[in-house]
Design a protein around this ligand. Structure first.
Ligand SMILES: NC(=O)c1ccc[n+]([C@@H]2O[C@H](COP(=O)([O-])OP(=O)(O)OC[C@H]3O[C@@H](n4cnc5c(N)ncnc54)[C@H](OP(=O)(O)O)[C@@H]3O)[C@@H](O)[C@H]2O)c1
Length: 448
């Protein structure tokens, strides 16, 4: 048999067009429409079939000017019209609010539509249920935009590294808090100033609690734990600490220790199938890869058993970068349809088991303790005696010069000790009469 060139059209039966229904025209919905307008032709060349926007839904769609899209768009304020439209192949859910997003997602799957969602809360809390429902109906589910916005971390774990056994994942998963921390680090801004700037630039909401308290990162580390380890973690069980107590003085001390502070989501395998998982500010080496992730950027470090460390950094949010992730899921689904198959396994595993979470209290860790005191003789001796009573060894004591006597911060670095023992001692220290402020305790983490 002689050689001959085989064209793609001969090897796969491609659908004539993929029809989309998009629900939610806010930041990400608008970004997705813009990317579709600008990259649509290129995406179609990649796919070998047309992408048609069949219907768009938003509560206030009649007040939105979408003339820039350049094509007539069928609009509605009722998402059920999108889900029930027999012409639509893929429903894109971008409404944000969990109860509505959940209702749309399950209704879409029940109506036989493939689903793309950017909702981390939906996937973290109902991911297994969504995957099982989509699998039962041989439908695809796209969730790339739920973690790290425009940075394709989930595809990297699921496809590029599907042969790997992950030992750990460490992530800077929230752009707002990373912007605040790196501004405090870079130019000594206070938490308040850096937060106000983040709000001004549109990185932080008027009520920033969801980001600064670590809740946003908690959903994302829960999804990463599912995709990296096949373990379903109840979100409420993930110990979470925000960055509200971090002060610019912590960066001054961190620099003396050749470290910096970052809010990190950690999920790490432990012996006997257990999982360590938490979100908290950590004192990480300045030379570590995550220390060089600045501003609203996200960075995720995967530690593989064979391949070692793989790090991805990129845009963690924003309408258009997240829109790219949404449309990348559309492309993947369209390719699967062309191949005549059902969706891949969006959570990385065919089956999951409930995670057995190790209590972080049991961990033996070195810690950074910042105390702010009203200065008077004998303070150091009292604190040292109390730590000694709890059998906690002090590694060093640091004090920046020129600090006010009535509000004097100093730092102790403590040798590796079970964290619950340190926490108990710190609770006792916080009751001492000369304390001017609640003590701050941060873990040292020796990330690569
Ligand atoms: N923003 C980001 O950078 C980013 C990044 C990654 C992932 N995400 C996720 O993407 C999703 C969307 O976020 P977003 O920032 O785009 O939110 P957003 O700006 O608040 O937009 C939400 C949109 O949903 C519409 N909507 C709400 N309830 C609706 C309903 N019942 N029926 C129809 N439309 C409804 C709103 O309509 P009206 O405007 O008409 O009132 C609005 O257009 C969220 O799950 C978010 O976590 C966001």
């Amino acid at each position: 048999m002689g050689n001959r060139t085989v064209g793609i059209s001969e090897t796969a039966k491609r659908p004539r067009a993929i029809r989309l229904g998009l629900i939610g025209v806010g930041t990400v919905g608008t970004g997705t429409l813009r990317v579709l307008k600008e990259h649509g032709a290129e995406i179609e060349r990649r796919l070998g079939c047309r992408i048609e926007l069949q219907r768009v839904c938003s509560r206030t769609i009649h007040d939105k000017d979408l003339s820039w899209f350049g094509q007539p768009i069928e609009i509605t304020t009722d998402w059920k019209e999108v889900v029930g439209d027999p012409a639509i192949d893929i429903v894109i859910e971008l409404v944000g609010e969990l109860p509505t997003a959940r209702a749309i997602a399950f209704a879409a799957l029940d109506a036989g539509k493939h689903l793309v969602t950017a909702n981390k809360q939906l996937v973290a809390e109902h991911g297994v249920e969504l995957v099982e429902r989509s699998r039962a109906r041989r439908l695809s589910l796209g969730i790339e935009a739920t973690v790290a916005g425009g940075t394709p971390i989930l595809h990297a774990i699921r496809e590029g590294l599907a042969g790997e056994h992950f030992d750990a994942v460490f992530g800077i998963l929230n752009g707002t808090t990373n912007y605040i921390l790196t501004e405090m680090e870079r130019r000594g801004a206070t938490f308040r100033t850096a937060l106000a700037e983040a709000q001004q630039k549109g990185y932080a909401e008027p009520d920033p609690t969801f980001d600064v308290a670590g809740f946003d990162a908690r959903y994302k580390i829960a999804i990463l734990a599912m995709v990296c380890f096949g373990q379903a973690v109840p979100v409420k069980d993930i110990p979470t600490q925000g960055i509200q107590e971090i002060d610019q003085v912590d960066f001054a001390y961190a620099r003396r220790l050749d470290r910096t502070v970052r809010l990190v989501g950690v999920a790490r395998r432990q012996p006997r199938g257990r999982l360590e998982i938490f979100v908290r500010p950590l004192m990480i080496p300045r030379a570590s890869q995550l220390a060089s992730v600045h501003g609203p950027t996200n960075g995720i470090m995967l530690v593989g058993n064979k391949g070692g460390v793989t790090t991805l950094t990129g845009r963690g949010a924003g309408g258009e970068p997240t829109g790219v992730a949404v449309l990348s899921d559309v492309v993947e689904i369209a390719r699967t349809l062309a191949a005549g198959g059902a969706g891949a396994t969006p959570l990385g595993y065919a089956h999951w088991h409930p995670a057995r979470i190790v209590s972080p209290d049991e961990d033996v860790v070195a810690t950074y303790l910042r105390l702010v005191v009203r200065d008077r003789p004998g303070i150091l001796a009292r604190v040292c005696a109390l730590l000694a009573r709890h059998r906690i060894n002090i590694d060093s004591v640091l004090q920046e010069p020129g600090m006010p006597q009535r509000h004097l911060p100093f730092v102790m670095t403590l040798e590796p000790t079970q964290e619950k023992r340190v926490a108990k001692a710190v609770r006792e220290i916080s009751r001492l009469s000369f304390l001017a402020q609640k003590p701050v305790l941060l873990r040292f983490a020796d990330l690569p």
